[in-house]
Write a protein that binds this ligand. Structure first.
Ligand code: G3H
Length: 489
């Protein structure tokens, strides 16, 4: 049990004396499925939020602070020290990832290792950026030395499904580019920051990283209302992003770096390789129980292949092993959000009331805080499971005759992150890929949707994202081009 008392403000690890909020895991160690107490965190409010903001503003000091004016090599040195210290905390963080969000052991290690690798890659990318900015350009007799400068104060909020990796995918590039930051860990996956607090405190100058705990509304709202935030960096849902953005009194001055909802479809064409498309759709819909923005959230199957596909797919769903994150070979694990199974149940009930059926034998089975993934067919546009981003274990399936049907649905959708396309005939695929690329930002051919490898751009159209993340792009999203020009005279 971890009682997180320390919080990081203005370079000091201060001890919290006020109210605390208990943190539970939905993974139960008792037979009656009672939640497990993992520890507690400070219940912070407006006062601490504004103090943290004050520290971040002073450290940035309108671009004249120690951090934004520090030499690139020195900022890199701080980041190298940080990642080295972080690496020593691997076991502690992974254990907390498993308990707090129910992520399987291999995936928890993957999340940690991917984050460390992301930091090292970011350092290398920043060195490259710096080398390039040292070069002079000359156009029409004007020399220019173009570089990248920080934007100011960044408020960082990460999601519960990747509480380490996605939070750091925002925080690390923001810090290294010379911005100062305030960050609040996700509601689930909050204690795993505890082992890293000392590293943040000791590796960066005063006020560069400020860490708050508490409810998003209580701490993020007053920070935004101050009008002093230059960048809102958030991976989560558009409702929270919009609410925070609207609170900024001069939102035209606010840069947004957002990763939001998606309803990524799989489109299975009649000539698709059946085994491959079933396997990829299983991974795409149900990795981490479907709790990924990149998850496949609706499957379109061509009428000619529908029966064979659904038969194999439903059996494959029922054969997935359920268990605790540390169980060997486990694929389905407890859901971290206490009310999530009820929500998934509502989606199933709504779809069934409107004519869908559950195709797999175990679909909708309830036990513990879990609901067995249901394969729902036929799903129609009036169903909630078609309209909402379920972010959990339920799979809506739609059949089609003409490719224009899924294409029209995607064109009308409010989202536009990725698509998975399964088929073989190159003359069919080639023009289709061109059309799909105008509807989403990544077309995955014969493979499920995913964010990585992290060198590839991660973004989306419409309500799915603002700005682009990747090792390369994030450095640009958290900076602005500035330059020195002089004439040849
Ligand atoms: O929740 C959205 C994440 O960006 C998904 O990332 O595709 O690496 O699992 P992933």
């Amino acid at each position: 049990v971890i009682h997180q008392k320390a919080y990081l403000l203005g370079g000091e690890l201060r001890q919290w004396e006020g109210e605390t909020t208990e943190v539970y895991s939905t993974i139960s160690s008792t037979k009656d499925y009672a939640p497990t107490l993992l520890g507690s965190i400070p219940t912070m409010g407006e006062k601490e939020a504004l103090e943290a903001l004050g520290e971040a503003c002073s450290a940035y000091d309108k671009g004249q602070g120690v951090w934004p004016t520090m030499k690139v090599k020195d900022r890199i040195h701080c980041m190298e020290n940080f990642v080295k210290k972080m690496e020593t905390k691997r076991e502690e963080v992974v254990k907390l990832l498993m308990w707090e969000i129910g992520k399987s052991e291999p995936d928890s290690y993957k999340e940690f290792d991917r984050t460390v690798e992301y930091i090292y890659d970011t350092i290398e990318e920043y060195k490259e950026l710096d080398r390039n900015s040292a070069k002079f350009q000359k156009h029409d007799g004007v020399y220019a030395h173009i570089r990248r400068g920080p934007l100011g104060v960044v408020l960082c909020l990460g999601p519960y499904n990747y509480p380490l990796n996605e939070t750091f995918a925002l925080l690390i590039p923001a810090i290294i580019m010379g911005n100062t930051t305030i960050f609040k860990p996700a509601k689930h996956g909050v204690l795993l920051i505890t082992p890293l607090m000392e590293a943040f405190q000791s590796c960066f100058p005063k006020g560069v990283v400020n860490i708050l705990f508490g409810r998003g509304r209580a701490v993020a709202a007053p920070i935004m209302q101050s009008g002093k935030v230059d960048v809102l960096a958030l991976i989560g849902n558009s409702k929270s992003a919009n609410a925070l953005q609207e609170q900024h009194p001069k939102s035209n001055r606010l840069r947004l770096v957002l990763g939001l909802e998606a309803k990524n479809p799989a489109v299975v064409l009649p000539d698709a390789n059946l085994d491959l498309s079933v396997n990829e759709c299983i991974a795409g819909t149900l990795s981490f129980n479907g709790q990924r923005c990149t998850a496949l959230k609706v499957v379109y199957v061509h009428q000619d292949i529908k029966d064979a596909f659904l038969d194999k797919f439903s059996k494959a769903v029922d054969s997935l092993p359920f268990g605790n994150p540390w169980d060997e070979g486990v694929k389905l694990t407890p859901l971290p959000e206490p009310g999530k199974s009820d929500y998934i149940q509502e989606l199933i009930d709504d779809a069934m009331a409107k004519g869908a059926k559950i195709l797999n034998e175990r679909g909708g089975e309830r036990f513990d805080n879990y609901i067995w993934p249901a394969v729902l067919y036929p799903v129609t546009k009036d169903m909630r499971v078609y309209q909402e981003e379920q972010f959990g274990p339920v799979i809506p399936v739609v059949s089609f005759e003409e490719i224009s049907e899924p294409l029209d649905d995607m064109a009308e959708s409010n989202y536009g992150q990725q698509v998975s396309l399964f088929g073989k005939d190159v003359y069919t695929l080639s023009p289709l890929i061109d059309t799909l690329a105008n509807l989403v930002c990544r077309v995955n051919l014969n493979s499920s949707c995913q964010r990585g490898p992290d060198v590839y751009p991660f973004t989306g159209r419409k309500d799915s994202a603002q700005a682009t993340l990747s090792v390369h792009d994030a450095l640009r999203s958290f900076s602005i081009r500035t330059f020195v020009a002089f004439k040849d005279n």
